[in-house]
Write a protein that binds this ligand. Structure first.
Ligand code: HEM
Length: 275
């Protein structure tokens, strides 16, 4: 007689969950189970990520910033992003031929249709206005925040948390494109056309362009005050002299092939796009 399900199984709906993967006899190859599990768990993680982002945005909206809620939600979001990233590595073990077998039974399905990923792409533009209003209520400009982070530690922590969301999404896209290259090559067209072009466009997308641009602004100010890159050379091999010989820094540098030029600071900002 079949055993009655336990409370654990009932609460977590384990039987339903485990019936969502193809049974052995229906798999295109043994690795199809791994392929399904990685994608299904990714959808679950992205569902939670979306929920945490909603918690995060509402914590910004009150009269008082609810810092603990905001930070906890953002930490979870980053943690989920790390899990999504390492989930991709599981697919590094899939052979190109097994992927072809799975591809043949995927219908016209494409990762681009992932509802969780689409939500993530939408989150950037949804979250940003809440953060902007928070800055306005506190009478702080973004550039001020970055010139003097210690003056507004809570706001700065939020800004850096948002940047981390953006950065980790770009990390995911970078690793995913390597996974695609390793599995189907660089030139193979996919159902959507030339995948390398399509995915590389994604790599250039920034979700919070202002948080990247503000770094250029901070360093533009620094570069203007440090046209030589530094006040002195640590080795003394440059005409700028050693530490303590700052006076020498005032004289213009000579063309000296032995001393490489100091870094000149950031280049002009690249063209940025919104999702
Ligand atoms: C062997 C592994 C994989 C291959 C060969 C592959 C292939 C591709 C290709 C060719 C595209 C471009 C769109 C298209 O032509 O359909 C794409 C997009 C995408 N895939 Fe994958 N994929 C793999 C694994 C994964 C995994 C594990 C996930 C999620 C957990 C995933 C999620 C996505 C998403 C979200 C997109 C849209 C990306 C964007 O817009 O930047 N893929 N994939």
């Amino acid at each position: 007689m079949a055993q009655a399900p336990t409370d654990y199984e009932l609460y977590l709906r384990v039987p339903e969950l485990l019936s969502l993967q193809k049974p052995t006899a229906e798999r295109a190859c043994p690795d199809e189970l791994m392929f399904q599990v990685v994608h299904q768990t990714a959808e679950l993680w992205m569902k939670l990520l979306d929920h945490e982002m909603q918690e995060f945005t509402s914590s910004l909206d009150g009269k008082e910033l609810q810092l603990h809620i905001a930070q906890t939600a953002l930490h979870r979001v980053h943690h989920i992003q790390r899990l999504l990233l390492s989930g991709l590595e599981m697919l590094y073990t899939l052979s190109p031929t097994d992927y072809m077998r799975i591809r043949a039974v995927l219908g016209r399905g494409s990762g681009q249709e992932s509802p969780g990923f689409r939500r993530m792409l939408a989150l950037g533009s949804e979250v940003w206005p809440h953060f902007e209003r928070l800055l306005e209520r506190n009478n702080v400009q973004l550039i001020e925040l970055y010139h003097d982070p210690r003056h507004h530690p809570a706001l700065f922590a939020i800004a850096e948390g948002l940047l981390e969301f953006d950065l980790r999404l770009q990390e995911w896209r970078n690793r995913h494109i390597l996974l695609v290259y390793r599995t189907i090559g660089i030139g193979t067209p996919s159902l959507k056309g030339k995948h390398s072009e399509l995915l590389e466009k994604g790599l250039r997308t920034q979700f919070f362009p202002a948080l990247w641009a503000v770094r250029d602004e901070v360093f533009a100010k620094w570069t203007a005050g440090h046209p030589q890159g530094a006040e002195y050379s640590l080795t003394g091999a440059s005409p700028l002299g050693r530490p303590g010989e700052a006076a020498a820094a005032a004289s213009p540098p000579s063309a000296d092939a032995a001393s490489p030029p100091m870094p000149r600071g950031p280049r002009p900002p690249r063209k940025r796009s919104r999702p």
